[in-house]
Write a protein that binds this ligand. Structure first.
Ligand SMILES: NC(=O)c1ccc[n+]([C@@H]2O[C@H](COP(=O)([O-])OP(=O)(O)OC[C@H]3O[C@@H](n4cnc5c(N)ncnc54)[C@H](O)[C@@H]3O)[C@@H](O)[C@H]2O)c1
Ligand SMILES: O=C(O)[C@H](O)COP(=O)(O)O
Length: 598
């Protein structure tokens, strides 16, 4: 079994304390399946670790979080509120933390995930933008990232409108002038908003709220967003237009897209040149969507008359930043989400998501994992377990254990294909296939990535069955192609290792090995034994195991025909010694034998 998993249980982590052979399952295994939170690892030597009296996980809150959220976290975990950590301090602390909560001021870099040594299971972003979190590194390390996408929407939209109106009427500049003892009424003549065209770039949650409010101010609002549904825009009287049309016709531009590779420096020399002379720009999205040097040039050239900026490429910006010091720029220190109400809301939203994720629930605000609805999870629960066990079973049948490159999963179901979400099942089969032969820890977050990285090609096929689709699945089949098996009978007629399983009375069962039908509950360990079908075999094997005090939990024989070849599957509660297995192998009718741990 995976060395990584073993070492996790031995770390000085309260939450990962091992209780004589039991360990808390890694996050993904327990996604949405809270009742499976602890499981006996029969496949590992029993470990006896000094039990911590305090089994709470540790959550590091690295930036100021609303009190209600902190209190919520404290009900479940040890909470370490340490603000203003240097990157080095964060990397040092993180190895002792199960979860980390940040706002936009903390870079959660690849080094942070690497320094966590596998302990960090969740990163909670108390806000929307996750551009400060290295998502690829999080996924590679099997760390779930959740955010708080809704609680600061209104605050950000209100700040956008505040900047728009303040900019149009020179409020900040005039305020500074009055405070400096001046009375410059003619210098600060503003522009009106009514009847002007506002182009909202990024028509998501904040963008659409800004649009709604700007319409209330009598503005003509257009929007550009390649992914926004036209009917949502129509519903609030906004026309969706192309990027070029938006920037060419706008008197005001308000930015509301995320910072991504595609949106980085979207406003640059070339695009400023296409704008109406005298355009005014508001940015409460991310500094990086504007090429700041180009904006300074456009301001100096009068192409952009004014800019109101809440966000900057580097925060805080340099004290001598030409952009910030420009007389036609109004600047605020990333205050979009900073209202009392938004911060309490965000804190609760992220705290609930982080606690839920640590409990093993699938977060509704997961950023780097599929979101599987609760009722689907409940239905799939026994199949989740079946999937992992079939994967573990199949890979242990491969001679040498490695070299697995091509796997085919077949799901037979009476459900229509689009009514069966197999992402979770595929992830668990992947986990079962990879963990027994590597030191990699696989979960729902990193399963596809890990498979790809190992060159494991997994294809899925659905067989549509007749009949009423009461249960989501009839059977799952896992086939490994182009490998040799240490148990030749596991090779099907078509040449692959093939195992098949079903859920019976809520319990995963192995129902086929190669071309042999068997029926054994998939728990504990299993001895597979091919023999010539003849009287007395069950008794002989049973008594050899009994001599070694190995308890048999079940036996099942699948045979081609009476007195021909048969495969016997024997479930055992204890691990048989090598001598016992040898003795069984020496029974004259026994042709091959393999012992598999689940
Ligand atoms: N200043 C602040 O304090 C503050 C507060 C909240 C949100 N934000 C930022 O505001 C932005 C929007 O937040 P949101 O909650 O509305 O997010 P959202 O995901 O609801 O909306 C973003 C929209 O941008 C669109 N988009 C993506 N690529 C685009 C492109 N190339 N051109 C145009 N549109 C594109 C998406 O389709 C989506 O509709 C984010 O960058 C977020 O980080 C800042
Ligand atoms: O993306 C966001 O949610 C905002 O930029 C808010 O960031 P903050 O949490 O650092 O205020």
């Amino acid at each position: 079994m995976a060395a990584a998993a073993s070492s996790t249980s031995l770390k000085p982590s309260a939450s990962a304390a091992t209780i004589s052979g039991f360990r808390r399952l890694p996050l993904s295994t327990t996604f949405g399946v809270t009742t499976l939170s602890f499981r006996h690892r029969r496949d590992q030597p029993r470990r006896f670790v000094v039990l911590s009296m305090d089994a709470k996980p540790t959550i590091l809150v690295a930036e100021k979080l609303g009190e209600a959220g902190v209190n919520l976290l404290k009900e479940f975990a040890n909470v370490d509120c340490s603000y203003n950590l240097s990157p080095e301090e964060l990397c040092t602390k993180i190895s002792l933390c199960d979860a980390l909560i940040v706002r936009s001021g903390t870079k959660v870099s690849r080094e942070v995930f690497e320094s966590s040594g596998g302990r960090l299971k969740v990163v909670g972003r108390a806000g929307v933008g996750i551009d400060n979190v290295d998502l690829a590194a999080a996924t590679e390390h099997g760390c779930l990232v959740v955010n708080a996408p809704t609680a600061n929407t209104v605050a950000a939209a209100e700040h956008g409108i505040a900047l728009l109106t303040a900019m149009a009427r020179n409020v900040a500049q005039a305020d500074a002038s009055v405070k400096a003892g001046k009375w410059e009424r003619s210098k600060y003549v503003g522009v009106s908003l009514v009847g002007k065209t506002l182009a909202v770039l990024g028509f998501g949650k904040v963008g659409s709220e800004v649009a709604r409010r700007a319409k209330g101010l009598g503005m003509h609002v257009i929007a550009h967003d390649p992914y926004a549904p036209a009917d949502r825009a129509r519903a609030i009287g906004v026309e969706l237009v192309s990027f070029d049309e938006a920037i060419a016709s706008a008197d005001f531009i308000s930015l509301h897209m995320p910072l991504t590779a595609a949106t980085s420096k979207m406003l640059n020399d070339e695009t400023f040149a296409k704008m109406k002379k005298g355009v005014r720009i508001v940015n409460v999205a991310r500094g990086g969507v504007i090429d700041e040097e180009a904006l300074v040039k456009a301001l100096d050239a009068g192409i952009v008359a004014q800019a109101a900026l809440d966000v900057f490429t580097v925060e805080p910006p340099a004290k001598d930043s030409k952009l910030v010091l420009h007389e036609n720029v109004t600047a605020t220190p990333h205050l979009g989400a900073s209202t009392m109400e938004a911060q309490e809301g965000v804190a609760i939203e992220v705290a609930e998501a982080v606690v839920g994720a640590l409990k093993g629930e699938l977060a509704a605000t997961a950023v780097n994992a599929p979101m599987v609805p609760a009722q689907v999870l409940t239905e799939l629960k026994p199949y989740v377990s079946l999937s992992e066990k079939l994967g573990r079973f199949a890979v242990q049948l491969v001679a040498g254990g490695s070299g697995v490159k091509t796997v085919k999963i077949t799901y037979a179901s009476a459900r229509a294909p689009d009514d069966l979400d197999t992402r979770l099942l595929r992830a668990m089969i992947t986990k079962g296939l990879i963990e027994p032969i590597s030191s990699v820890f696989v979960n729902l977050v990193n399963a596809d990535f890990t498979a790809k990285q190992r060159g494991l090609r997994i294809t899925e096929e659905r067989i549509l069955l007749d009949g009423s689709p009461e249960s989501p699945l009839e059977l799952i089949q896992v086939q490994i192609a182009n490998v040799e098996s240490k148990f030749a009978s596991a090779i099907s007629d078509s040449g692959e290792i093939k195992v098949e399983g079903r859920v019976k009375d809520g319990v995963p069962h192995l129902t086929k090995v190669g071309s042999f039908e068997v029926d054994v509950s998939l728990e504990g360990s299993i001895i597979l034994c091919r023999q010539v079908d003849q009287p007395g075999m069950i008794g002989k094997v049973g008594s050899i195991l009994a001599e070694d005090n190995v308890n048999v939990s079940f036996m099942s024989v699948g045979r081609i025909a009476p007195r021909k070849q048969a495969v016997m599957a024997i479930g055992v509660d204890e691990e048989p010694s090598k001598q016992v297995l040898k003795k069984i192998g020496e029974i004259p009718a026994v042709e091959e034998l393999v012992y598999l741990k689940l």
